[in-house]
Design a protein around this ligand. Structure first.
Ligand code: HEC
Ligand code: HEC
Ligand code: HEC
Ligand code: HEC
Length: 385
């Protein structure tokens, strides 16, 4: 027998023809599977394969070969879950074939989650918060027009996240910034940082008094960390190019008097007087800022296009070995995506994807698939050539 799983982007590893056995189950075998399901599985998964128990997956209409593959994985311990490891411990291979065929034969659930389609776009979300809460001081796209207020463009998102968190937890002392961030969650901090990092940088539109030439000479000792022209190559070290000069002076003074705690910078500024600081600030303000090297993150919609290559259109898998995601319980989807990310559940195909998923991506993807209408699929075996 041969299958043509056109939707599969790459062959599914370690699949054998044995995996496909539940597809050929006879009606009496399905009936036997039902008897087993009623006594051993229904308590958690529901008699009709649909349940209301937190983080217990719906099984109704799930792809037959997939169910069987997973049951074998629980039995061998390759997939760990104490409830399931116990439930399958004493099942014969035949029993697993039949119970898989039974659950696959049931009508899939109708989505319980409803409402507008989910399409989380981290950059747009960051822009919305930044426009409402930060633009008044930092400019619409993070280019400062107010002396003393830093530009936020040209800075690595990691540095931006760290500095916002430092204001928030009081490690970096600034009452205004602390108040601004008091009610801003980690997700929004992450999104805003991406938004600013993806804006086209330009020099701050603020005056810079000071001697640039003298500043350039003094900057020789800074370039090793902050970059020759103030464009840093390390996420932990902020770029200085194009930064508002008054802010740079204030930052240097803060390191010197200890109000901004940083051992590295404290030692470096000890020898600088106000004049030297002003010159350094003028030099850096005149340098051309550069956008940090960040890729635009995917929106939920862009992600699902990738997922659907294997899982089928809207999560309706057309390969009996690959799970349908449509109308699955949202809490279960979240749980297993976390499990792939932490490595608690292992799959070469999923690990590569799940590694890069953020918490927000997982939320968006789980919400998306839980809302999709599930379609049962009839698999037609093709004669082998
Ligand atoms: C005590 C509750 C319980 C019982 C009884 C139980 N299950 Fe489960 N089942 C779970 C939980 C919880 C999970 C999710 C575990 C995980 O995340 O790996 C699960 C997962 C599964 C999965 C994986 C589904 C997927 O989408 O990956 C299959 C297949 C399954 N169960 C089949 C069965 C069958 C067949 C029986 C009866 C022989 C059974 N279960 C009995 C709680 C139970
Ligand atoms: C009332 C004006 C004001 C508002 C509104 C404001 N900021 Fe600030 N921000 C400042 C000032 C002033 C500083 C410099 C503080 C210091 O000296 O540490 C600053 C510093 C920062 C820094 C540190 C930059 C660096 O180079 O280390 C970040 C990041 C930042 N703000 C982000 C934000 C975000 C995000 C928002 C919106 C949630 C926001 N700010 C709202 C005035 C403001
Ligand atoms: C050994 C590496 C190193 C050297 C050399 C160094 N810096 Fe820094 N600098 C850092 C690091 C790391 C930070 C971030 C510290 C923090 O989080 O507060 C920083 C922060 C700064 C900031 C704050 C920027 C902002 O956006 O808030 C300024 C301004 C600065 N450095 C100027 C200088 C100048 C001027 C020199 C040379 C006289 C210099 N630095 C030399 C590592 C260095
Ligand atoms: C290259 C093919 C491929 C791609 C692309 C892919 N998956 Fe999977 N996915 C699989 C395979 C194979 C499994 C079964 C692995 C296992 O046995 O644990 C799986 C399992 C899952 C499961 C567990 C389903 C269940 O019932 O337990 C979820 C949830 C999931 N994938 C979500 C996604 C999401 C979300 C994406 C996109 C970010 C994605 N997948 C992309 C191949 C893929």
């Amino acid at each position: 027998m041969d299958y043509c799983p056109r939707a599969v982007a790459q062959p599914v590893a370690s699949s054998t023809s044995d995996d496909l056995r539940p597809l050929y189950a006879m009606p009496e075998e399905v009936a036997e599977g039902k008897r087993l399901a009623m006594t051993s599985c229904a308590g958690c998964h529901g008699a009709n394969g649909i349940n209301n128990n937190p983080r217990v997956p719906n099984l109704a209409g799930q792809r037959a070969a997939y169910l069987y593959i997973e049951l074998k994985a629980y039995q061998s311990g390759a997939r760990g879950d104490s409830a399931m490891n116990n439930a399958v411990k004493f099942l014969s291979n035949d029993a697993m074939v039949k119970v898989a065929a039974y659950f696959a034969s049931l009508d899939p659930p109708t989505p319980t989650a409803t409402g507008a389609p989910v399409n989380i776009d981290p950059v747009q979300a960051g822009k919305a918060v930044a426009t409402a809460a930060c633009a008044g001081c930092h400019g619409n796209t993070g280019i400062s027009q107010i002396p003393g207020t830093p530009s936020l463009v040209g800075l690595d998102p990691k540095y931006l996240v760290d500095s916002m968190k430092a204001y928030k937890n009081g490690q970096r002392k600034h009452d205004t910034m602390k108040a601004m961030l008091a009610s801003v969650g980690d997700g929004a901090i992450h999104n805003m940082s991406l938004f600013y990092a993806l804006q086209k940088p330009a020099r701050a539109k603020t005056p810079a008094a000071g001697d640039q030439v003298a500043g350039k000479n003094a900057a020789a000792s800074c370039g090793g960390c902050h970059g020759e022209q103030g464009v840093s190559a390390s996420p932990a070290t902020p770029s200085l190019a194009g930064q508002d000069a008054q802010y740079t002076v204030a930052a240097l003074q803060a390191y010197k008097n200890g109000s901004r705690a940083d051992e590295t910078m404290k030692g470096i500024v000890a020898a600088l007087d106000d004049n030297a600081m002003k010159n350094l600030a003028a030099y850096y303000a005149a340098q051309e800022p550069k956008a940090p090297n960040v890729r635009k993150p995917l929106t939920t919609e862009e992600w699902t296009q990738r997922c659907d290559r294997c899982h089928g259109i809207n999560g309706n898998s057309t390969d009996p070995r690959l799970p349908m995601l449509a109308s699955q319980r949202v809490d279960y989807l979240q749980k297993v995506l976390h499990d792939y990310r932490t490595g608690a559940r292992k799959s070469p195909q999923m690990a590569a994807m799940a590694d890069v998923l953020t918490e927000q991506d997982i939320e968006g993807l789980a919400a998306h698939y839980a809302r999709q209408r599930a379609r049962a699929v009839v698999f037609v075996p093709q004669p082998s050539k």
